[in-house]
Unconditional design. Structure first.
Length: 232
């Protein structure tokens, strides 16, 4: 089984599908959690406190990190393999899309942008929340408690350059998901002439929900910061 997953093209795509599915589910959860920050900052902080540096949150963080690492490594391996076999085609598909989408031809580039956005997010949030709690500190470098995620969101997105960078990240994620979600199902043999358009529709819906959910938090908090500045 390990040889199949690591050596065969089908096995590699199966690993990509499994890790991709896991990451999509996490993204949907994280997006839903962030939307709570708009409705109730106190409720969002309660969720942050619950997740914190508890054993289950730490275990989830490790699993998530491994999922991202494995997904990215296999993406590189598959891309290089496809370059050698078919020139510039990124992913082998059994259903040909009329007018191959830009996202399908640039999945690795989009993946790199998504990964860079993730690193920025870890610096802005994880290092000032869960890491601070793990180190036994009561406040981070900004003076916020490790569970005061709402204040950290408000501070981060009061700065226009973070708003721009995060929106670029979310836009790249949207492109990545529009191709990645349907490709995930295609890799396990679900994409045929009947299901292909349905899966494309599902992929677009999922990607758009993720984009709008994350972007809404950024834009709302940025507008709130502008209102506060105007009031002052």
């Amino acid at each position: 089984m390990s040889c199949f997953l690591s050596n065969s093209s089908l096995g590699k795509k199966l690993v990509m599908s499994i890790t991709g599915c896991f990451l999509v589910l996490f993204i949907l959860f994280h997006m839903s959690m962030n939307v709570v920050a708009i409705i109730s900052p106190e409720g969002y902080n309660a969720i942050c406190s619950f997740l914190g540096a508890n054993w289950y949150a730490l275990a989830g963080t490790v699993v998530l990190a491994l999922g991202v690492l494995i997904h990215f490594i296999y993406a590189i391996v598959l891309t290089m393999q496809n370059y050698r076999a078919r020139g510039t085609q990124r992913y082998a598909v059994t259903v040909t899309e009329p007018g191959v989408s830009w996202a399908s031809k640039n999945m690795l580039v989009l993946g790199v942008i998504v990964l860079l956005g993730l690193l920025l997010h870890l610096i802005n949030f994880w290092s000032k929340m869960q890491l601070v709690e793990l180190m036994g500190q009561h406040t981070n470098s900004l003076g916020f408690g490790p569970a005061d995620g709402a204040s950290l969101i408000a501070y981060t997105f009061s700065q226009w350059y973070y708003v721009v960078l995060y929106l670029i990240w979310f836009f790249a994620l949207w492109f990545h998901l529009t191709h990645g979600v349907w490709s995930m199902f295609q890799s396990v043999g679900w994409a045929n002439d009947t299901w292909y358009p349905r899966l494309k529709c599902i992929a677009n819906i999922v990607a758009t929900i993720v984009f709008l959910g994350f972007a809404l938090v950024v834009i709302v908090y940025f507008l709130r910061s502008l209102c506060c500045c105007a009031a002052c």
